[in-house]
Design a protein around this ligand. Structure first.
Ligand SMILES: [Zn+2]
Length: 238
């Protein structure tokens, strides 16, 4: 079940709910407990007493602030995600305060992994897929062929918040090799193969140092932000 949030004018966000054999998985918790209230009500109606397991695809605020709506649940994320959440919690809250829906209480992952996590009974797995950020993970619902990629795919262009472009490209190549799956990303309406190839081509051109210009002002703005980020990162190594 895919839930779309559009309370913030500039962008939409998805929370994916997977009803597996033994658990109900909630992938990303958007901007706070009020947003998650309708999700918990839906789950109660559809899955009755099944325990809920929350997954955070990465540490950014718009994917984690609703964690506190699930105080009894296991929360699974990458090890680095937990560290980055802890490190940036106050800063993220301060900078994005106006997007807080309900009172956000710090609720960190209770369980972390490094490369891969799986629940064979539920036919679900999580894989470390660095790209948009170094802690980004991908959720695989093997039963329904659903792949939730978080912010690793974006329309029109990906936001780069980790300097490792090789890792990002490798992650998108791994998505490209998947057969018969339906991909969902956090903020893009249609995460199809064309979007994947567009994102991949963009990253390859960026890595090659090609000069790029986009007619669409929004795409151009993201590209500028990405260039500025990569430049700042490169400078900090010298
Ligand atoms: Zn993000």
């Amino acid at each position: 079940m895919l839930i779309l949030f559009d309370e913030v004018q500039e962008w939409i966000a998805h929370t994916y709910v997977c009803f597996a054999a033994k658990h109900t998985y909630v992938i990303d918790t958007y901007c706070g407990p009020d947003s998650m209230q309708e999700v918990t009500e839906l789950i109660r109606e559809l899955a009755s007493q099944q325990p809920v397991v929350v997954v955070n695809t990465h540490f950014h605020w718009d994917h984690i602030w609703g964690n506190c709506a699930f105080p009894e649940s296991r929360i699974i994320a990458h090890g680095r995600c937990r560290e980055l959440m802890e490190m940036h919690w106050d800063k993220q809250l301060k900078e994005n305060e106006t997007f807080q829906f309900g009172q956000v209480i710090k609720h960190l992952p209770t369980e972390v992994f490094q490369n891969r996590w799986e629940d064979p009974d539920d036919h679900v797995s999580l894989v470390h897929t660095p790209g948009h950020t170094e802690d980004s993970i991908t959720f695989f619902d093997h039963e329904d062929g659903i792949v939730f990629v978080g912010d690793n795919l974006e329309a029109p262009l990906p936001y780069i918040e980790s300097p490792d472009l090789d890792a990002y490209i490798a992650t998108l190549e791994s998505y490209r090799s998947l057969k018969d799956v339906y991909m969902i990303s956090s903020h893009a309406q249609n995460t199809d193969r064309d979007l994947l190839l567009d994102n991949l081509n963009y990253l390859k051109k960026l890595r090659a140092g090609e000069a790029l210009y986009f007619i669409d002002p929004y795409a151009q703005q993201i590209h500028h932000t990405n260039l500025a980020y990569l430049k700042a990162q490169a400078c900090s190594f010298h």
